[in-house]
Design a binder for this molecule. Structure first.
Ligand code: FAD
Length: 476
C-alpha cells in the first residue's frame, strides 16, 4: 500500500531537518510530512556525523541558530549544556563548538517542534531511488516503500569528490580513506605515513584526528594551489562602512581588486581582513547573481580557491594546532597536481607534477581523499539525481554545478519551467546562488520554502517581521 503525504523531504541531514522544523512550526492545521533518510541518525549528514571532539564548527556559536526568527537559539541551547554554564555569554557566542553537539541540538529542536505541532512527521529510513510524476504530485520509490506526496523538497546535500587521479579505482580502504570517513581516519596507525590530497577544511579535520591520536609518522599535504585554511579573527569584526552594492557593477577581476583595496584600507584602521569578508558574507548570493555568466566562469577558473580559503575559515585554535604540527617538521606541503596512484602490497605510490615541472614520487601507507565537495551534478553518482535528470524533471545548474532552480528553489525541468511542487535547498542550489552551503543560508531557505508552501497565496503578507529583521542583519 502507498503512504500518502502532503510534503516529502528527501534527505535528513541538517538542511532536511531545518526544513522539517520550519514546516512543523509553521503548520496551522493537520499536515502529513515524510522525511526520508537512510542514515541511522537524523541531522548528521556529512558535517555533523563526526563523533570526534576535535572537529569544531567553522562558524561561531552565536551564528549557528537553526531558526532565523531566533538568532541566538543555538547559543541559548549550548549555554544550558554541561560544562558551559559558567562561561561568559560573549565568549561562548564567539567560540566554536564541537560539530557533534550541533546534530544533538538540531534533533532536540526537531523533537520539540514535533511535540508542539498539529502536523505529523514520519521518518522513512530509506534512500529515495526515484521520483515519478503522478496525479497531483509525486510518487517516491524508496527501498521497499512507495510514497505519494503532493510536494517534494530535495535536501540531498553534499557529495564527496572521488580522488581525481589515474589508478585510484584500484585503491580501497584502508589504503585509500575518505576524509569524511571519520572512523577510518581514526584507525590510522601512529607510525603510518600519510598523504592527504586536498588542503581545505576536511584536510584540517583529518590532521587534527591524527594529532589527537598521537600520530608520529610523516604527513604529506598535496594540492594544486598549496593554499592552507585561514582562521577567523579572534573577535567578531565587521567592516560596517563597506558599500558592497558598489561591487555589483564590476567584473570578477575588478571586484577582487576592490576587495583587496578595501582590506588594505581596513588594515590601516586596525580592522582585520576577516571584517571585510564578514561584511560580504550576507551578500554572497546577490554578488554571484550580479556577475554575468562569463565572469562567473572566470571566478570559478581563477579565483575560487583563493576565495574559499578566505571565506571558509577555521577556528583560531584549529589553525594553532595546524601550525604546531607544521613546526614539528613532520608535515610536508606540496604544491603539485596528482597524476597517478599505484597500489602496492604494503604501500601506495603516488606520482605528482609540481608547479615547476618536476615529478614528485611519494610512497605512503595511506592516502586520504580530502578533495571536498563534488559540485558537478552529473558526477555525484546519486541515482535519484541521475533519474531526475534523465527523465527531464531537472537539469544541471549554471556551469554544470548543482541543479537549475529559480530564485526560490523551484527546480527547473528540462524545458526550464519552474516546478512549484519540486523544490531544492542546500548545496544543490550552488550554480544559482553560490553561497548556499552553510547553516546561515540553509535556515533561511528552509524558512522561505515552508512559508511559501504553507501560507495561502491570497493571505501572504510577505516576510514576517522577525525574519525580515534577521535577513537584514549581518551574517549570523
Ligand atoms: C566537513 C564539513 C564541515 C562543515 N562545517 C560546517 C559548519 O561548521 N557550519 C556550517 O554552517 N556549515 C558547515 N558545513 C556545511 C554543511 O554543508 C552544512 O552545514 C550542512 O551540514 C549541509 O547539510 P545538508 O543536509 O544540505 O547536506 P548533508 O549533510 O550532505 O546531508 C544530506 C543528507 O541527505 C541524505 N540523502 C542523500 N540522497 C538521498 C536520497 N536519495 N534519499 C534519501 N536521503 C538522501 C544523505 O544520507 C544525508 O544524510 C560543513 C560541511 C562539511 C562537509
Amino acid at each position: 500500500m502507498q503512504s500518502r503525504y502532503d510534503i516529502a523531504i528527501v534527505g535528513g541531514g541538517a538542511a532536511g531537518v531545518l526544513a522539517a522544523i520550519q514546516l512543523l512550526r509553521q503548520a496551522r492545521g493537520p499536515l502529513a510530512i515524510a522525511l526520508l533518510e537512510p542514515a541511522p541518525r537524523l541531522a548528521e549528514g556529512v558535517a555533523y556525523s563526526t563523533a570526534r571532539g576535535e572537529h569544531l564548527l567553522n562558524v561561531p556559536t552565536g551564528r549557528m541558530s537553526a531558526l532565523p526568527e531566533q538568532p541566538e537559539d543555538f547559543l541559548d541551547w549550548l549555554a544550558t549544556r554541561p560544562g558551559h554554564a559558567d562561561q561568559p555569554r560573549e565568549a561562548l557566542a564567539a567560540g566554536f563548538a564541537p560539530r557533534r553537539d550541533y546534530a544533538h541540538y538540531l534533533r532536540e529542536r526537531l523533537r520539540q517542534a514535533m511535540a508542539a505541532s498539529p502536523a505529523r512527521l514520519d521518518v522513512v529510513p530509506h534512500r529515495a531511488g526515484a521520483l515519478l510524476r503522478a496525479d497531483g504530485g509525486w510518487t517516491i520509490e524508496a527501498g521497499p516503500e512507495r510514497i505519494a506526496a503532493r510536494r517534494v523538497l530535495l535536501a540531498a546535500g553534499n557529495a564527496p569528490r572521488p580522488l581525481p587521479v589515474r589508478g585510484s579505482g584500484a585503491l580501497a580502504k584502508p589504503r585509500l580513506i575518505d576524509a569524511w570517513d571519520y572512523d577510518g581516519i581514526a584507525a590510522i596507525g601512529p607510525e603510518a605515513s600519510v598523504c592527504i590530497v586536498g588542503t581545505g577544511l576536511s584536510m584540517a579535520d583529518a590532521l587534527l584526528t591524527l594529532a589527537a591520536n598521537g600520530h608520529r609518522g610523516q604527513v604529506h599535504l598535496l594540492s594544486r594551489h598549496g593554499l592552507l585554511p585561514l582562521a577567523h579573527a579572534p573577535a567578531h569584526a565587521l567592516d560596517e562602512g563597506f558599500e558592497v552594492e558598489s561591487l555589483h557593477a564590476l567584473g570578477t577581476r575588478a571586484r577582487l581588486r576592490a576587495i583587496r583595496a578595501r582590506v588594505r584600507d581596513a588594515g590601516q584602521h586596525g580592522l582585520p581582513w576577516q571584517g571585510v569578508m564578514e561584511r560580504l558574507r550576507p551578500h554572497g548570493r546577490a554578488l554571484w547573481r550580479s556577475l554575468p555568466a562569463a565572469e562567473q566562469r572566470r571566478f570559478l577558473r581563477h579565483a575560487r580557491r583563493a576565495w574559499d580559503i578566505h571565506r571558509h575559515r577555521v577556528a583560531p585554535q584549529v589553525q594553532a594546532a595546524l601550525q604546531a604540527l607544521h613546526d614539528s617538521g613532520r608535515l610536508h606541503l606540496h604544491r603539485a597536481r596528482l597524476d597517478l596512484a599505484v597500489a602496492g602490497q604494503r604501500c601506495v605510490q603516488l606520482g605528482a607534477r609540481t608547479r615547476d615541472g618536476r615529478t614528485l614520487v611519494l610512497d605512503v601507507d595511506h592516502v586520504v581523499n580530502a578533495t571536498g565537495l563534488e559540485l558537478r551534478v552529473q558526477a555525484m553518482r546519486n541515482p535519484l539525481l541521475d533519474r531526475l535528470l534523465g527523465e527531464g524533471h531537472a537539469c544541471p545548474g549554471a556551469h554544470g554545478i548543482g541543479l537549475a532552480s529559480d530564485g526560490d528553489g523551484r527546480l527547473l525541468d528540462a524545458d526550464r519551467r519552474p516546478q512549484d511542487d519540486l523544490r531544492v535547498i542546500g548545496s544543490l542550489r550552488i550554480g544559482q546562488d553560490w553561497e548556499t552551503i552553510a547553516v546561515p543560508e540553509l535556515r533561511m531557505q528552509a524558512e522561505a520554502v515552508a512559508r511559501d508552501w504553507l501560507t495561502p497565496k491570497t493571505a501572504r503578507p510577505g516576510l514576517c517581521a522577525a525574519v525580515r529583521r534577521a535577513a537584514a542583519t549581518p551574517p549570523r
